[in-house]
Ligand binder design. Structure first.
Ligand code: UD1
Ligand code: MG
Length: 464
Protein backbone atom coordinates (compact mmCIF):
# COMPACT_ATOMS: atom_id res chain seq x y z
CA UNK A 1 0.00 0.00 0.00
CA UNK A 2 1.13 3.53 -0.70
CA UNK A 3 0.22 6.74 1.04
CA UNK A 4 0.55 10.07 -0.75
CA UNK A 5 1.48 13.12 1.31
CA UNK A 6 0.76 16.47 -0.24
CA UNK A 7 2.59 19.41 1.31
CA UNK A 8 0.48 22.53 1.44
CA UNK A 9 1.40 24.32 4.65
CA UNK A 10 4.18 26.61 3.52
CA UNK A 11 3.78 30.34 3.96
CA UNK A 12 4.24 31.14 0.28
CA UNK A 13 6.08 34.29 1.33
CA UNK A 14 7.21 35.09 -2.19
CA UNK A 15 3.59 35.40 -3.40
CA UNK A 16 3.10 38.40 -1.11
CA UNK A 17 -0.50 37.41 -0.60
CA UNK A 18 -3.10 37.12 2.14
CA UNK A 19 -4.34 34.02 0.37
CA UNK A 20 -2.47 30.74 0.92
CA UNK A 21 -0.29 30.03 -2.09
CA UNK A 22 -1.87 26.72 -3.05
CA UNK A 23 -5.32 28.33 -3.31
CA UNK A 24 -4.16 30.71 -6.01
CA UNK A 25 -5.67 29.69 -9.32
CA UNK A 26 -4.25 28.71 -12.69
CA UNK A 27 -6.61 28.19 -15.64
CA UNK A 28 -9.53 28.71 -13.26
CA UNK A 29 -8.64 26.05 -10.68
CA UNK A 30 -6.69 26.26 -7.41
CA UNK A 31 -3.16 24.90 -7.65
CA UNK A 32 -4.03 22.54 -4.82
CA UNK A 33 -6.89 20.88 -6.75
CA UNK A 34 -4.56 20.04 -9.56
CA UNK A 35 -2.08 18.51 -7.13
CA UNK A 36 -4.88 16.67 -5.30
CA UNK A 37 -6.20 15.17 -8.53
CA UNK A 38 -2.69 13.84 -9.15
CA UNK A 39 -2.39 12.54 -5.58
CA UNK A 40 -5.73 10.72 -5.87
CA UNK A 41 -4.74 9.17 -9.20
CA UNK A 42 -1.53 7.82 -7.64
CA UNK A 43 -3.01 6.72 -4.29
CA UNK A 44 -6.13 5.13 -5.73
CA UNK A 45 -8.37 6.25 -2.86
CA UNK A 46 -8.98 9.42 -0.88
CA UNK A 47 -8.25 7.58 2.37
CA UNK A 48 -4.62 7.17 1.27
CA UNK A 49 -4.05 10.86 0.64
CA UNK A 50 -2.84 13.13 3.44
CA UNK A 51 -2.66 16.88 2.99
CA UNK A 52 -0.41 18.83 5.35
CA UNK A 53 -1.87 22.26 6.08
CA UNK A 54 -1.01 25.14 8.39
CA UNK A 55 -2.44 25.06 11.86
CA UNK A 56 -5.15 27.46 12.88
CA UNK A 57 -8.22 28.08 10.74
CA UNK A 58 -6.41 27.98 7.49
CA UNK A 59 -8.57 28.25 4.37
CA UNK A 60 -6.67 25.35 2.85
CA UNK A 61 -8.09 22.84 5.32
CA UNK A 62 -11.62 24.13 4.70
CA UNK A 63 -11.12 23.91 0.98
CA UNK A 64 -9.87 20.31 1.08
CA UNK A 65 -12.68 19.19 3.35
CA UNK A 66 -15.30 20.73 1.06
CA UNK A 67 -13.85 19.80 -2.32
CA UNK A 68 -12.20 16.47 -1.52
CA UNK A 69 -14.15 14.66 1.18
CA UNK A 70 -12.34 11.61 2.51
CA UNK A 71 -8.88 13.10 2.03
CA UNK A 72 -7.14 13.38 5.38
CA UNK A 73 -5.99 16.79 6.55
CA UNK A 74 -3.10 17.06 8.98
CA UNK A 75 -2.07 20.35 10.55
CA UNK A 76 1.57 21.33 10.80
CA UNK A 77 2.61 23.68 13.60
CA UNK A 78 4.64 26.70 12.59
CA UNK A 79 5.99 25.93 9.09
CA UNK A 80 9.52 24.77 9.80
CA UNK A 81 10.33 23.22 6.47
CA UNK A 82 9.39 20.34 4.20
CA UNK A 83 10.97 17.75 6.50
CA UNK A 84 8.96 19.02 9.43
CA UNK A 85 5.81 18.95 7.28
CA UNK A 86 6.27 15.26 6.40
CA UNK A 87 7.02 14.56 10.05
CA UNK A 88 3.63 16.08 10.93
CA UNK A 89 1.98 13.56 8.58
CA UNK A 90 3.89 10.51 9.82
CA UNK A 91 1.18 9.35 12.23
CA UNK A 92 -1.18 9.02 9.26
CA UNK A 93 1.02 6.65 7.21
CA UNK A 94 -1.01 3.68 8.45
CA UNK A 95 0.17 0.38 7.02
CA UNK A 96 1.77 1.96 3.96
CA UNK A 97 4.97 0.37 2.66
CA UNK A 98 5.74 3.37 0.49
CA UNK A 99 5.25 7.07 0.98
CA UNK A 100 4.99 9.43 -1.98
CA UNK A 101 5.54 13.11 -1.22
CA UNK A 102 4.22 15.81 -3.53
CA UNK A 103 4.15 19.58 -3.23
CA UNK A 104 0.95 21.53 -3.51
CA UNK A 105 2.77 24.15 -5.56
CA UNK A 106 3.96 21.93 -8.45
CA UNK A 107 0.90 21.96 -10.72
CA UNK A 108 2.15 20.59 -14.04
CA UNK A 109 3.29 17.23 -12.73
CA UNK A 110 1.38 14.31 -14.30
CA UNK A 111 0.19 11.31 -12.24
CA UNK A 112 1.87 8.99 -14.78
CA UNK A 113 5.24 10.55 -13.94
CA UNK A 114 4.65 9.99 -10.22
CA UNK A 115 3.54 6.39 -10.81
CA UNK A 116 6.75 5.84 -12.80
CA UNK A 117 8.77 7.18 -9.87
CA UNK A 118 7.04 4.82 -7.46
CA UNK A 119 7.67 1.87 -9.76
CA UNK A 120 11.35 2.82 -9.98
CA UNK A 121 11.57 2.70 -6.18
CA UNK A 122 9.77 -0.64 -5.94
CA UNK A 123 12.00 -2.12 -8.67
CA UNK A 124 15.18 -1.45 -6.66
CA UNK A 125 15.14 -3.47 -3.45
CA UNK A 126 18.16 -1.60 -2.04
CA UNK A 127 16.70 1.82 -2.67
CA UNK A 128 15.52 3.97 0.23
CA UNK A 129 14.01 6.63 -1.98
CA UNK A 130 13.40 7.78 -5.52
CA UNK A 131 13.57 11.43 -6.49
CA UNK A 132 12.09 13.04 -9.57
CA UNK A 133 14.64 15.35 -11.14
CA UNK A 134 14.71 17.60 -14.19
CA UNK A 135 17.35 19.42 -16.18
CA UNK A 136 16.53 23.08 -16.49
CA UNK A 137 18.10 25.77 -18.67
CA UNK A 138 17.59 28.10 -15.71
CA UNK A 139 17.75 26.12 -12.43
CA UNK A 140 17.68 29.26 -10.24
CA UNK A 141 15.71 28.80 -7.03
CA UNK A 142 15.57 25.01 -7.06
CA UNK A 143 17.52 22.51 -4.98
CA UNK A 144 20.38 21.06 -7.06
CA UNK A 145 21.24 17.38 -7.38
CA UNK A 146 24.88 16.88 -6.40
CA UNK A 147 26.49 13.72 -7.80
CA UNK A 148 29.95 12.26 -7.32
CA UNK A 149 32.42 11.50 -10.10
CA UNK A 150 30.75 8.19 -10.78
CA UNK A 151 27.50 10.13 -11.24
CA UNK A 152 26.04 8.62 -8.07
CA UNK A 153 23.77 10.66 -5.86
CA UNK A 154 25.45 12.58 -3.06
CA UNK A 155 22.94 15.14 -1.80
CA UNK A 156 20.48 17.84 -2.68
CA UNK A 157 21.63 21.35 -1.91
CA UNK A 158 19.21 24.26 -1.70
CA UNK A 159 19.95 27.36 -3.76
CA UNK A 160 20.42 29.37 -0.56
CA UNK A 161 22.96 26.89 0.83
CA UNK A 162 24.81 26.26 -2.42
CA UNK A 163 28.32 27.17 -3.48
CA UNK A 164 28.88 29.02 -6.73
CA UNK A 165 30.01 25.76 -8.29
CA UNK A 166 26.83 23.98 -7.17
CA UNK A 167 24.73 26.82 -8.56
CA UNK A 168 25.96 25.83 -12.03
CA UNK A 169 24.34 22.38 -11.76
CA UNK A 170 21.35 22.24 -14.09
CA UNK A 171 19.86 19.05 -12.64
CA UNK A 172 17.30 19.99 -10.01
CA UNK A 173 15.01 18.43 -7.42
CA UNK A 174 11.36 18.69 -8.55
CA UNK A 175 10.16 18.16 -4.97
CA UNK A 176 8.50 14.84 -5.86
CA UNK A 177 9.66 11.74 -4.00
CA UNK A 178 8.83 8.12 -3.27
CA UNK A 179 10.21 6.72 0.01
CA UNK A 180 10.59 3.35 1.57
CA UNK A 181 8.31 3.86 4.55
CA UNK A 182 10.50 2.16 7.14
CA UNK A 183 13.50 4.20 6.10
CA UNK A 184 11.50 7.43 6.14
CA UNK A 185 10.15 6.70 9.64
CA UNK A 186 13.66 6.14 10.87
CA UNK A 187 15.17 9.21 9.21
CA UNK A 188 12.62 11.93 9.93
CA UNK A 189 13.55 12.24 13.64
CA UNK A 190 17.21 12.67 12.64
CA UNK A 191 16.69 15.85 10.61
CA UNK A 192 18.19 19.07 11.89
CA UNK A 193 17.63 22.67 10.93
CA UNK A 194 21.29 23.56 10.59
CA UNK A 195 21.11 25.42 7.29
CA UNK A 196 20.76 28.94 6.00
CA UNK A 197 16.95 28.93 6.35
CA UNK A 198 16.88 27.21 9.77
CA UNK A 199 14.39 24.75 8.32
CA UNK A 200 14.05 20.98 8.50
CA UNK A 201 14.73 19.96 4.90
CA UNK A 202 13.06 16.81 3.62
CA UNK A 203 15.91 16.61 1.14
CA UNK A 204 18.31 15.80 3.99
CA UNK A 205 16.59 12.41 4.31
CA UNK A 206 18.26 11.53 1.03
CA UNK A 207 21.73 12.39 2.35
CA UNK A 208 20.96 10.14 5.32
CA UNK A 209 20.08 7.33 2.90
CA UNK A 210 23.40 7.61 1.20
CA UNK A 211 25.24 7.65 4.51
CA UNK A 212 23.37 4.50 5.54
CA UNK A 213 24.55 2.80 2.36
CA UNK A 214 21.06 2.82 0.80
CA UNK A 215 20.50 3.78 -2.78
CA UNK A 216 18.68 6.89 -3.96
CA UNK A 217 17.13 6.38 -7.40
CA UNK A 218 17.08 9.46 -9.57
CA UNK A 219 14.43 9.58 -12.27
CA UNK A 220 14.61 12.41 -14.74
CA UNK A 221 11.23 13.88 -15.69
CA UNK A 222 10.36 16.47 -18.27
CA UNK A 223 11.10 20.06 -17.27
CA UNK A 224 7.40 20.89 -16.89
CA UNK A 225 7.01 18.44 -14.03
CA UNK A 226 9.44 20.63 -12.13
CA UNK A 227 7.73 23.97 -12.49
CA UNK A 228 7.02 25.13 -8.96
CA UNK A 229 4.90 28.17 -8.20
CA UNK A 230 6.67 30.40 -5.72
CA UNK A 231 5.92 33.85 -7.13
CA UNK A 232 3.24 35.64 -9.12
CA UNK A 233 5.47 35.39 -12.18
CA UNK A 234 5.60 31.59 -11.76
CA UNK A 235 1.82 31.56 -11.42
CA UNK A 236 1.40 33.52 -14.66
CA UNK A 237 3.78 31.13 -16.42
CA UNK A 238 1.84 28.06 -15.28
CA UNK A 239 -1.47 29.74 -16.09
CA UNK A 240 -0.39 30.46 -19.66
CA UNK A 241 0.84 26.89 -20.19
CA UNK A 242 -2.42 25.42 -18.89
CA UNK A 243 -4.60 27.80 -20.88
CA UNK A 244 -2.63 27.06 -24.02
CA UNK A 245 -3.33 23.36 -23.38
CA UNK A 246 -7.05 24.18 -23.06
CA UNK A 247 -6.97 26.04 -26.37
CA UNK A 248 -5.13 23.18 -28.10
CA UNK A 249 -7.59 20.64 -26.67
CA UNK A 250 -10.55 22.74 -27.85
CA UNK A 251 -9.12 22.93 -31.37
CA UNK A 252 -8.39 19.20 -31.37
CA UNK A 253 -12.04 18.65 -30.42
CA UNK A 254 -13.27 20.67 -33.39
CA UNK A 255 -13.52 24.30 -32.31
CA UNK A 256 -12.11 27.12 -34.42
CA UNK A 257 -10.04 29.60 -32.41
CA UNK A 258 -9.21 32.51 -34.66
CA UNK A 259 -6.26 33.75 -32.64
CA UNK A 260 -5.70 31.03 -30.05
CA UNK A 261 -2.91 32.91 -28.32
CA UNK A 262 -5.40 35.64 -27.38
CA UNK A 263 -8.21 33.37 -26.19
CA UNK A 264 -8.53 32.67 -22.43
CA UNK A 265 -10.21 29.39 -21.49
CA UNK A 266 -10.69 27.86 -18.06
CA UNK A 267 -10.15 24.12 -17.93
CA UNK A 268 -13.78 23.65 -16.98
CA UNK A 269 -15.13 25.14 -20.24
CA UNK A 270 -16.69 22.81 -22.82
CA UNK A 271 -16.82 23.68 -26.52
CA UNK A 272 -18.83 21.51 -28.89
CA UNK A 273 -17.47 20.94 -32.39
CA UNK A 274 -17.82 23.75 -34.96
CA UNK A 275 -17.92 26.55 -32.47
CA UNK A 276 -15.93 29.64 -33.40
CA UNK A 277 -14.13 31.83 -30.89
CA UNK A 278 -13.01 35.15 -32.28
CA UNK A 279 -9.88 36.91 -30.96
CA UNK A 280 -9.64 37.97 -27.30
CA UNK A 281 -12.56 35.88 -26.12
CA UNK A 282 -12.54 34.84 -22.44
CA UNK A 283 -14.65 31.85 -21.36
CA UNK A 284 -14.62 30.99 -17.66
CA UNK A 285 -16.09 28.57 -15.16
CA UNK A 286 -18.80 26.14 -16.15
CA UNK A 287 -19.38 27.69 -19.56
CA UNK A 288 -20.56 25.45 -22.37
CA UNK A 289 -20.91 26.45 -26.03
CA UNK A 290 -23.13 24.43 -28.40
CA UNK A 291 -22.07 23.48 -31.90
CA UNK A 292 -22.27 26.08 -34.64
CA UNK A 293 -22.16 28.98 -32.19
CA UNK A 294 -19.88 31.98 -32.69
CA UNK A 295 -18.54 34.00 -29.76
CA UNK A 296 -17.55 37.45 -30.94
CA UNK A 297 -14.33 39.27 -30.34
CA UNK A 298 -13.56 40.54 -26.86
CA UNK A 299 -16.52 38.82 -25.22
CA UNK A 300 -16.15 37.73 -21.58
CA UNK A 301 -18.32 34.84 -20.39
CA UNK A 302 -18.63 33.05 -17.06
CA UNK A 303 -20.77 30.05 -16.06
CA UNK A 304 -23.07 30.29 -19.05
CA UNK A 305 -24.65 27.65 -21.29
CA UNK A 306 -25.08 28.50 -24.97
CA UNK A 307 -27.24 26.31 -27.22
CA UNK A 308 -26.50 25.57 -30.84
CA UNK A 309 -25.95 28.18 -33.56
CA UNK A 310 -25.93 31.10 -31.16
CA UNK A 311 -24.33 34.31 -32.39
CA UNK A 312 -22.67 36.46 -29.78
CA UNK A 313 -21.43 39.60 -31.46
CA UNK A 314 -18.29 41.36 -30.19
CA UNK A 315 -17.73 42.81 -26.73
CA UNK A 316 -20.46 41.24 -24.64
CA UNK A 317 -20.18 40.49 -20.91
CA UNK A 318 -22.20 37.43 -19.93
CA UNK A 319 -22.47 35.72 -16.57
CA UNK A 320 -24.61 32.88 -15.17
CA UNK A 321 -26.99 32.91 -18.13
CA UNK A 322 -28.65 30.42 -20.45
CA UNK A 323 -28.77 31.32 -24.14
CA UNK A 324 -31.01 29.21 -26.39
CA UNK A 325 -30.44 27.85 -29.88
CA UNK A 326 -30.11 30.42 -32.63
CA UNK A 327 -30.22 33.43 -30.29
CA UNK A 328 -28.37 36.58 -31.30
CA UNK A 329 -26.69 38.66 -28.60
CA UNK A 330 -24.80 41.92 -28.79
CA UNK A 331 -22.64 43.65 -29.75
CA UNK A 332 -22.04 45.26 -26.34
CA UNK A 333 -24.75 43.38 -24.46
CA UNK A 334 -24.57 42.52 -20.79
CA UNK A 335 -26.37 39.40 -19.65
CA UNK A 336 -26.28 39.01 -15.88
CA UNK A 337 -27.20 36.21 -13.48
CA UNK A 338 -30.52 34.53 -14.06
CA UNK A 339 -30.84 35.58 -17.67
CA UNK A 340 -32.62 32.88 -19.66
CA UNK A 341 -32.99 33.49 -23.37
CA UNK A 342 -35.09 30.98 -25.30
CA UNK A 343 -34.58 29.91 -28.88
CA UNK A 344 -34.22 32.69 -31.42
CA UNK A 345 -34.21 35.59 -28.96
CA UNK A 346 -32.43 38.78 -30.07
CA UNK A 347 -30.73 40.93 -27.46
CA UNK A 348 -28.91 43.79 -29.07
CA UNK A 349 -26.45 46.53 -28.29
CA UNK A 350 -26.36 48.14 -24.85
CA UNK A 351 -29.03 45.87 -23.47
CA UNK A 352 -28.65 44.70 -19.87
CA UNK A 353 -30.60 41.75 -18.52
CA UNK A 354 -30.80 40.33 -14.99
CA UNK A 355 -33.11 37.57 -13.78
CA UNK A 356 -34.86 37.97 -17.11
CA UNK A 357 -36.66 35.13 -18.83
CA UNK A 358 -37.21 35.95 -22.48
CA UNK A 359 -39.36 33.40 -24.30
CA UNK A 360 -38.96 32.22 -27.86
CA UNK A 361 -38.51 34.95 -30.45
CA UNK A 362 -38.47 37.95 -28.09
CA UNK A 363 -36.54 40.94 -29.43
CA UNK A 364 -34.91 43.63 -27.33
CA UNK A 365 -32.44 45.14 -29.69
CA UNK A 366 -31.36 48.49 -28.33
CA UNK A 367 -30.46 50.31 -25.11
CA UNK A 368 -32.66 48.51 -22.63
CA UNK A 369 -32.65 47.32 -19.03
CA UNK A 370 -34.65 44.19 -18.34
CA UNK A 371 -34.45 43.07 -14.69
CA UNK A 372 -36.68 40.70 -12.69
CA UNK A 373 -38.91 40.11 -15.66
CA UNK A 374 -40.56 37.47 -17.74
CA UNK A 375 -41.42 38.24 -21.35
CA UNK A 376 -43.74 36.09 -23.52
CA UNK A 377 -43.12 34.75 -27.00
CA UNK A 378 -42.54 37.11 -29.93
CA UNK A 379 -42.81 40.27 -27.85
CA UNK A 380 -40.86 43.25 -29.15
CA UNK A 381 -39.19 45.55 -26.66
CA UNK A 382 -38.35 48.93 -28.19
CA UNK A 383 -35.24 51.03 -27.77
CA UNK A 384 -34.62 52.52 -24.35
CA UNK A 385 -37.26 50.53 -22.46
CA UNK A 386 -36.57 50.19 -18.75
CA UNK A 387 -38.08 47.83 -16.21
CA UNK A 388 -38.06 49.93 -13.04
CA UNK A 389 -37.59 46.93 -10.77
CA UNK A 390 -36.20 48.65 -7.68
CA UNK A 391 -38.10 51.09 -5.46
CA UNK A 392 -35.08 51.90 -3.35
CA UNK A 393 -35.94 49.14 -0.88
CA UNK A 394 -37.17 46.06 -2.68
CA UNK A 395 -37.01 44.45 -6.11
CA UNK A 396 -40.27 43.86 -7.97
CA UNK A 397 -41.27 41.84 -10.97
CA UNK A 398 -42.46 42.89 -14.42
CA UNK A 399 -44.50 40.33 -16.33
CA UNK A 400 -45.03 40.94 -20.03
CA UNK A 401 -47.26 38.66 -22.11
CA UNK A 402 -46.73 37.34 -25.61
CA UNK A 403 -46.98 39.31 -28.85
CA UNK A 404 -46.71 42.55 -26.91
CA UNK A 405 -45.23 45.67 -28.46
CA UNK A 406 -43.44 47.87 -25.95
CA UNK A 407 -42.80 51.23 -27.59
CA UNK A 408 -39.44 52.93 -27.28
CA UNK A 409 -38.46 54.85 -24.18
CA UNK A 410 -41.18 53.34 -22.02
CA UNK A 411 -40.71 52.71 -18.32
CA UNK A 412 -42.43 49.75 -16.74
CA UNK A 413 -42.74 50.49 -13.03
CA UNK A 414 -42.78 47.15 -11.23
CA UNK A 415 -44.68 45.31 -9.92
CA UNK A 416 -46.68 45.42 -13.12
CA UNK A 417 -48.22 43.01 -15.62
CA UNK A 418 -48.80 43.61 -19.30
CA UNK A 419 -51.30 41.31 -20.98
CA UNK A 420 -50.85 39.33 -24.20
CA UNK A 421 -51.10 41.35 -27.39
CA UNK A 422 -51.00 44.72 -25.63
CA UNK A 423 -49.36 47.77 -27.14
CA UNK A 424 -47.48 50.28 -25.06
CA UNK A 425 -47.17 53.61 -26.82
CA UNK A 426 -43.67 55.05 -27.04
CA UNK A 427 -42.66 57.16 -24.07
CA UNK A 428 -45.27 55.69 -21.74
CA UNK A 429 -44.62 55.29 -18.04
CA UNK A 430 -46.61 52.18 -17.15
CA UNK A 431 -47.65 52.16 -13.51
CA UNK A 432 -50.79 50.02 -13.74
CA UNK A 433 -51.44 46.61 -15.22
CA UNK A 434 -52.37 46.60 -18.91
CA UNK A 435 -55.11 44.16 -20.01
CA UNK A 436 -54.72 41.81 -22.98
CA UNK A 437 -54.81 43.58 -26.36
CA UNK A 438 -55.13 47.04 -24.78
CA UNK A 439 -53.23 50.12 -25.89
CA UNK A 440 -51.54 51.90 -23.01
CA UNK A 441 -50.65 55.52 -23.50
CA UNK A 442 -49.48 57.83 -20.74
CA UNK A 443 -47.85 61.03 -21.86
CA UNK A 444 -48.55 64.74 -22.22
CA UNK A 445 -50.53 65.54 -25.40
CA UNK A 446 -48.32 67.30 -27.92
CA UNK A 447 -48.74 71.02 -28.70
CA UNK A 448 -47.49 72.50 -32.00
CA UNK A 449 -47.07 76.30 -31.96
CA UNK A 450 -47.29 77.56 -35.54
CA UNK A 451 -44.02 79.31 -36.60
CA UNK A 452 -42.84 78.84 -32.98
CA UNK A 453 -39.44 77.53 -34.09
CA UNK A 454 -38.77 80.38 -36.46
CA UNK A 455 -39.82 82.99 -33.84
CA UNK A 456 -37.52 81.42 -31.25
CA UNK A 457 -34.54 81.55 -33.61
CA UNK A 458 -35.20 85.18 -34.51
CA UNK A 459 -35.30 86.15 -30.84
CA UNK A 460 -32.03 84.38 -30.10
CA UNK A 461 -30.27 86.04 -33.04
CA UNK A 462 -31.36 89.49 -31.79
CA UNK A 463 -29.84 88.78 -28.37
CA UNK A 464 -26.40 87.94 -29.88
C1 UD1 B 1 11.60 22.61 -2.31
C2 UD1 B 1 12.86 21.72 -2.19
C3 UD1 B 1 13.77 22.01 -3.37
C4 UD1 B 1 13.05 21.78 -4.66
C5 UD1 B 1 11.76 22.59 -4.71
C6 UD1 B 1 10.96 22.17 -5.90
C7 UD1 B 1 13.27 21.39 0.19
C8 UD1 B 1 14.15 21.73 1.34
N1 UD1 B 1 13.54 21.98 -0.95
O1 UD1 B 1 12.06 23.96 -2.20
O2 UD1 B 1 14.91 21.16 -3.29
O3 UD1 B 1 13.88 22.11 -5.74
O4 UD1 B 1 10.96 22.37 -3.54
O5 UD1 B 1 9.82 22.97 -6.06
O6 UD1 B 1 12.37 20.57 0.33
N2 UD1 B 1 5.69 23.26 2.89
C9 UD1 B 1 5.00 22.85 4.02
N3 UD1 B 1 5.49 23.16 5.25
C10 UD1 B 1 6.67 23.82 5.42
C11 UD1 B 1 7.37 24.22 4.26
C12 UD1 B 1 6.86 23.92 3.02
O7 UD1 B 1 3.93 22.26 3.92
O8 UD1 B 1 7.05 24.03 6.57
C13 UD1 B 1 5.12 22.96 1.57
C14 UD1 B 1 4.84 24.19 0.74
O9 UD1 B 1 3.49 24.58 0.90
C15 UD1 B 1 5.10 23.69 -0.68
C16 UD1 B 1 6.13 22.61 -0.51
O10 UD1 B 1 6.09 22.22 0.84
O11 UD1 B 1 3.93 23.12 -1.23
C17 UD1 B 1 7.53 23.07 -0.89
O12 UD1 B 1 7.89 24.15 -0.06
P1 UD1 B 1 8.64 25.43 -0.62
O13 UD1 B 1 8.84 26.37 0.51
O14 UD1 B 1 7.98 25.94 -1.83
O15 UD1 B 1 10.06 24.77 -0.95
P2 UD1 B 1 11.06 25.26 -2.05
O16 UD1 B 1 11.90 26.34 -1.49
O17 UD1 B 1 10.36 25.50 -3.31
MG1 MG C 1 8.33 25.66 -3.83
Amino acid sequence: MTVVVLLAAGRGVRMRSERPKVLHEAAGRPLLDRALDGALAVAGSAAQVVVVVSKGGDAVAEHVKAAYPGVRVVPQGPPRGTGDAVRAAAHAFGKAMHVVVLSGDVPLLSPETVKGLLEALKADKKAAAAVLTAKLADPTGYGRIVRDRAKRFVKIVEEKDSSSKEKKISEINTGTYAFDRTFLDRSLPLLTSRNSQSEFYLTDVLSLARKAGRRVVLVEGDPLSAVGVNSRADLAHVDSILRRRCADAAMAAGATLLRPETVTLDETVVLEPDTVLEPFVTLLGKTRVGSGSVIGQGTVVKDTVFGKNVTVRPYCVIESAVVGDGAIVGPFARLREGTDLAEGVHVGNFVETKKAVLKKGVKANHLTYLGDTEIGERTNVGAGVITCNYDGFLKHKTTIGRDVFVGSDSQLVAPVTIGDGAIIAAGTTVTEDVPNDALALAREPQKNLPEGGAKYRAKKRQQR
